[in-house]
Design a binder for this molecule. Structure first.
Ligand SMILES: C[C@](O)(CO)[C@H](O)COP(=O)(O)OP(=O)(O)OC[C@H]1O[C@@H](n2ccc(N)nc2=O)[C@H](O)[C@@H]1O
Ligand SMILES: Nc1ncnc2c1ncn2[C@@H]1O[C@H](COP(=O)(O)OP(=O)(O)OP(=O)(O)O)[C@@H](O)[C@H]1O
Length: 275
């Protein structure tokens, strides 16, 4: 069985407080984007162990047992004693980009195993499993535009469609550690709620919706801030870093002609049509 885990962007991100457990409460809107990995699981034919993982495409740091798709398999295997599987992961979503690629793989693996072995888990149950694998994994279970609070795991749906809008997404050759990015933030509550701001026209977002990580990440990596400036110069209606970086996106109007751009060696540029 094959599935195509997609990335997300954050539309606005307010880090509101540090919690006693070291994590941070935040407010953000997750929006799914059509940038995808490919993930396949097949009944295991031969060989030792209960799983194998074959990877292609972009390389991922760490051993197979630390891959989130394997962690997802092991998590369900604890309760459901699943048959052995061969897993194939083709990585296309850049890591360390704030695009949630690892989280998407984890959630899609749970959904795939649920279908493949007819576990009959509900979306609520899948979300509870996903939340154990990473702060924003659970979003990818329903994979709909979502307002998230808590550590990024308490959800309410938002009435928001960017269908037809175009996304120019840039991943510079810079790795931002999510943990370090959080450690550099001074949390604060925003004056206006993101849920209200997002209902205003996209044209107003430039002056009202911010990603708090930009304040700490741009001074550390000025090249990331320069990309945002350039996207506005090229005509983006709204531009922002996604998550804790390092990717930056520009939203362009449906009728805009996206320019061909190059942000230097090792950087990647994606042109996507939002749904
Ligand atoms: C910044 C976002 O991309 C926004 O969408 C996400 O909140 C990050 O989620 P994620 O990559 O799934 O994060 P995790 O892998 O669970 O956590 C990485 C590290 O970030 C810090 N962390 C993460 C989420 C959170 N709400 N508060 C935190 O302080 C913790 O130090 C944690 O050890
Ligand atoms: N299947 C996977 N795909 C990508 N990374 C994985 C995977 N499994 C484990 N990881 C580990 O997770 C780390 C973060 O990967 P991810 O793709 O979620 O990036 P991110 O940009 O930090 O996303 P986020 O928006 O959640 O901050 C990687 O550096 C890698 O070591």
């Amino acid at each position: 069985m094959i599935t195509f885990p997609n990335a997300k962007i954050n539309l606005g991100l307010n880090i509101t407080e540090k919690r006693p457990d070291g994590y941070h409460n935040l407010e953000t809107i997750f929006y799914p984007i059509p940038l995808e990995d490919a993930l396949e699981a097949c009944p295991r034919k031969e060989g030792p162990g209960s799983y194998s993982l074959s990877q292609s495409g972009l390389s991922i740091e760490g051993d197979a047992e630390n891959n989130l798709v394997v962690k997802a398999y092991k998590l369900l295997d604890e309760t459901y004693h699943l048959p052995p599987v061969d897993i194939y992961l083709h990585k296309h979503i850049p890591s360390g980009a704030g695009l949630g690629g690892g989280s998407a793989d984890a959630a899609f693996m749970l959904k795939l195993l649920n279908r493949m072995y007819r576990l009959n888990l509900t979306d609520d149950q899948l979300e509870a499993y996903a939340a154990r694998l990473g702060a924003d994994c659970a979003f990818f279970v329903r994979n709909q535009p979502t307002y998230a609070e808590g550590i990024g795991n308490i959800f309410s749906p938002v009435e928001l469609s960017l269908a037809g809008w175009q996304l120019l997404l840039v991943k510079p050759n810079i790795f931002v550690s999510t943990r370090d990015a959080f450690a550099r933030i001074r949390p604060r509550h925003p004056e206006r709620n993101l849920r209200d701001l997002i209902n205003q026209p996209v044209e107003s977002w430039k002056d009202s919706i911010i990603n708090d990580f930009e304040e700490s990440v741009f001074p550390q990596f000025p090249a990331i801030g320069d990309i945002k400036t350039e996207l506005y110069r090229l005509g983006a209606v709204y531009a922002s870093m996604s998550g804790s970086g390092s990717s930056v996106y520009g939203l362009f109007a449906p009728d805009a002609v996206l320019p061909d751009v190059d942000f230097g060696t090792g950087s990647q540029v994606f042109k996507l049509n939002l749904k």
